[in-house]
Design a protein around this ligand. Structure first.
Ligand code: SAH
Length: 248
């Protein structure tokens, strides 16, 4: 079981696979007023930076599930490195439909809401693992500026404008679903650069090390086009944030 190889090439050097910086992740942890011993469930946990740093900084414990063997292995190594391997557990597996037996004080999905068919489906899935009084975290893009055409939306790697909402409409959708928005931390354009621009050097180094790989043409084409695509589209039009929700 694995994710498409292009992601494990372009994001192999990322600790955070979204537009959050380490500072934003720490801000979010502080904003949630996490208490030691809180159980955190993270669906699509990537390389585990959220669980590992929050275990170190706030004494939480928890489980992450991710479909990428590479990212899961990186998460386990990060836990060892930060001295929190006794508090956090990373499972290589399918997060769609995953419900934990031990109810979590924080149930999160940051940048992987397709696992349950979108934001609302993912909220419903996470709610099944949440203890009474717990907090759901959703990390999701929104439009900073509404794309004037479908072509611009596709330039942001969306299928269509309707994939995402403007921020007020996204927050309203949580309310309509019966949730209070109790906190939020938003990424910024510099954070998008950390996520996107970090892929470029990784791709360049990978090409130098793997010139004869069957993927080399695809990676070369991406490295040639991605910087301009990013500054033309994603950087200008797309926002990203983590929204903390509690059922009303
Ligand atoms: N939450 C992490 C990773 C976000 S990137 C972070 O913010 O750093 C999206 C992640 O979802 C990737 O690590 C990918 O491997 C994982 N993923 C994609 N589909 C999945 C699925 N069906 N089940 C579990 N993980 C999945």
């Amino acid at each position: 079981m694995d994710i498409p190889r292009i992601f494990t090439i372009t994001e192999s050097a990322h600790r955070i696979h979204n537009p959050f910086t380490p500072e934003k992740l720490a801000t979010l942890g502080a904003a949630l007023r996490l208490e030691a011993g809180t159980r955190v469930l993270d669906l699509g946990s990537g390389s585990g930076e959220m669980l590992c740093t929050w275990a170190r900084d706030y004494g939480v414990s928890g489980t992450g599930i991710d479909m990428s063997p590479l990212f899961t292995e990186q998460a386990r190594r990060r836990a060892e490195e930060l001295g929190v391997a006794g508090q956090v557990n990373f499972i290589h597996g399918e997060a769609a439909g995953y419900v934990s037996a031990d109810k979590a004080g924080v149930a999160a999905c940051l940048g992987a809401t397709w696992i349950a068919g979108g934001v609302l489906g993912t909220i419903a899935l996470l709610a099944r693992s949440l203890r009474t009084g717990g907090i759901i975290l959703i990390g999701e893009p929104y439009w900073r500026r509404l794309p004037p055409t479908e072509e611009v939306a596709r330039g942001c790697l969306a299928h269509s404008i309707s994939d995402f909402r403007m921020l007020p409409a996204l927050l309203a959708s949580f309310g309509h679903r019966g949730y209070d928005v109790v906190e939020m931390v938003l990424a910024d354009q510099d954070g998008w650069d950390r996520y996107e621009a970090a892929k470029w050097l990784t791709m360049r180094r990978w090409l130098e090390a793997n010139p004869d790989d069957a993927f080399a043409n695809e990676v070369r084409a991406k490295l040639s086009s991605e910087p301009e695509r990013h500054v033309t589209y994603t950087r200008e039009y797309l926002g990203w944030g983590v929204f903390a929700l509690m059922p009303r």
